[in-house]
Design a protein around this ligand. Structure first.
Ligand code: G6P
Length: 612
């Protein structure tokens, strides 16, 4: 969601901004723009893609060494040229880019209108830059002070960068609620909403904290103050991100690359945590909290989207293995419904980006009620990771495709490790079952590798089904959350309507939809509720539905009933959600490609949802 890149230094700024915008595309956006100082402050923006902006700017003399650029995902005001960022101040001497939402923008706007200001756009952002200039003029202060004072008047979330024609050597940045990172080069600075546009230039970064305002200049100075005017010392960190991790490496899409990365990302998530020869599962990040888990009254898992689905798998895992009662909550509902939270509850927040606004708010709420908060995040140093008491990173590597794939399997991997470790310490799992499970877990990356060999078959299936208008996904037990995730993946990237259902619930509604036109994907692996799922398949067949079944290798029973089968390597039922994710991801991917959809950047979706 909305991307920011700013630069000041001795390089030509235009190529830095343009490359940065392309790197930020994965976050999801609907318009793009930039402003740079080339004698005066120049501003260009358009609705559409970064390539549209680039085409529009072809042939223009875009000199200058300081500038800001933005990809916008509309919140206030429709996606059009005028609402795109940057936004000018009334004098056109200042421009701003902004991620987040200014909640009191209407009141501020009315005040400014009463004082004679006019606005071009419908955005909250334009209100802020007007306010900054108003303060600068009326309080006769410099731009840095004006930004700081203005931020004390606004409510909501923001990451902003301001550029001023009168201060052509400087950029000003600030954040609250939305992330902002500053890259430090040799007498040059990069400011961005995440490290992806920075990593090819420098590995030295400073993550701004909430309510901090930074100024950077081409003399190599970085100064940070809080919005309450306290000086802060910048804490420089080393980026571990590699450039190759954010490039496609020969794959046609990031999504396919990330699907194929799963044997490694699952392995990386287990490395140093699963030690089969010693018979130990140990998560360093939560080791001091094991006793809290053992004594926990409940585990409440919060997340959004795919992370919420991982949380649902977590519910089955924790209850099954640790016997601790679990609730899984949409973070967006949890935060607003006055939930009952006890001090001996453990809240597990799951988030790939670590920036999802609702999940972050749910964490803050649970923390304020005294619960212990454990994070499962992928992005190191992200807001949720920092807001939790403890946690473990998934080590999936950067996920660029908007539809989550490797992050999901890494989240499930971590939840499995967590549940195993707590169950072992709590004594709710016999030693023999524990050893059986950890031995099996070690084989999962190889089984995922083997499952990826199904890609060709699944592509053929996609050719048969890519024109369908509806899909149903069914599963039971551990495979129910997977049915939800399979349906979500298809919806997100192919725009086909799909529903996930617990197989037995089909009889209470969805069965009415079944006819020859309706493909039904059933996860029908051995063990668990296999026999029951067989009956559900019969029910679909009796109504002429088409069955695509995910079965355990060698299964003959379902083969006789289903129209198409995808055979998966045999594993324990607790690991099926990881293995069976692969064909579901590949099916959605190939269907979306055949339908000509923008797989990595589906319409209207954002990778990191930093507004509620
Ligand atoms: C967006 C993304 C999803 C993701 C969800 C939660 O909707 O498109 O892929 O699952 O946000 O994101 P998080 O970063 O918190 O896991």
């Amino acid at each position: 969601m909305c991307g920011i890149i700013g630069y000041v230094g001795s390089r030509k700024v235009y190529p830095v901004l343009m490359k940065g915008l392309y790197r930020l595309e994965y976050r999801g956006y609907d318009s793009a723009g930039l402003a740079l100082i080339n004698d005066d402050l120049q501003l260009y923006k358009t609705h559409g893609k970064v390539s549209d902006l680039e085409n529009r700017l072809r042939g223009k003399a875009l000199e200058g060494t300081v500038g800001i650029a933005h990809t916008r995902w509309a919140t206030h005001g429709e996606p059009n040229d005028i609402n795109a960022h940057p936004h000018f101040s009334p004098s056109k001497k200042l421009a701003i880019i902004h991620n987040g939402i200014i909640e009191n923008y209407n009141t501020l706007k009315e005040e400014l209108i009463n004082r004679g200001y006019t606005f071009q756009s419908d955005t909250d952002t334009e209100v802020l830059i007007h306010l900054i200039e108003d303060i600068q003029l009326n309080e006769n202060t410099d731009i840095f002070e004006a930004v700081r004072i203005a931020l004390n008047h606004i409510y909501g979330a923001y990451a902003i960068v301001v550029i001023s024609q009168d201060y052509p050597d400087t950029l000003i940045a600030a954040k609250k609620g939305s992330p902002l990172v500053i890259g430090l080069g040799e007498d040059e600075f990069f400011i961005a909403s995440d490290a992806s546009p920075i990593v090819e230039y420098t590995k030295n970064v400073v993550y701004l904290d909430d309510e901090e305002v930074a100024t950077v200049n081409r003399q190599g100075e970085l100064k940070i103050k809080t919005t309450r005017n306290q000086e802060k010392t910048p804490y420089i960190q080393k980026l571990e991100l590699q450039l190759s991790a954010i490039e496609k490496s020969g794959f046609p899409h990031f999504m396919l690359k990330e699907i194929y990365e799963q044997p490694r990302s699952i392995n990386d998530s287990m490395r140093g945590r699963l030690n089969v020869s010693k018979g130990i599962v140990s998560l360093g990040g939560i080791i001091d909290y094991e006793q809290k888990f053992i004594n926990a009254r409940r585990i409440i898992i919060v997340g959004c989207g795919t992370s919420w689905h991982a949380g649902m798998v977590g519910e089955y895992l924790f209850e099954d293995l640790t016997r601790i009662p679990v609730k899984v909550e949409y973070a967006s509902e949890f935060r607003y419904r006055n939930p009952v939270i006890y001090e001996d509850d453990i809240v597990v927040a799951i988030s790939q980006s670590g920036e999802t606004a609702d999940t972050l708010a749910a964490v803050e709420l649970a923390k304020s009620k005294g619960a212990t908060i454990i994070g499962i995040c992928n992005v190191v140093g992200s807001s949720i990771a920092r807001a939790t008491h403890a946690g473990s990173y998934t080590h999936a590597g950067p996920e660029i495709g908007v539809a989550s794939t490797k992050a999901f399997t890494a989240q499930v991997t971590l939840l499995t490790l967590m549940a195993l470790s707590i169950a072992d310490n709590k004594g709710t799992l016999s030693k023999s079952r524990f050893y059986q499970l950890i031995n099996e877990m070690e084989t999962i990356p190889a089984k995922v590798e083997k499952t990826l060999e199904l890609n060709g078959n699944i592509k053929e299936l996609a050719k048969i089904f890519h024109k369908c208008r509806n899909f149903l996904y069914l599963g039971r037990g551990y495979n129910f959350p997977l049915a939800l995730e399979g349906a979500l993946k298809l919806k997100e990237i192919s725009y086909i309507h799909a529903e996930g259902y617990p197989a037995a619930e089909m009889k209470h509604g969805p069965i009415a939809l079944i006819d020859e036109e309706m493909p039904v994907v059933v996860i029908a692996t051995k063990k668990g509720a296999y026999d029951k799922v067989l009956s559900n398949i019969q029910e679909v067949k009796a109504r002429k539905g088409t069955i695509i079944a995910l079965v355990t290798e060698g299964d003959q029973t379902v083969k006789k009933l289903a129209d198409h089968v995808i055979e998966l390597p045999e594993t324990d039922e607790i690991f099926v959600p990881i293995i069976a994710s692969i064909p579901l991801q590949l099916l959605s991917y190939h269907i979306a490609v055949l339908r000509g959809c923008n797989v990595d950047q589906p319409r209207n979706l954002a990778k990191s949802v930093t507004v509620e």
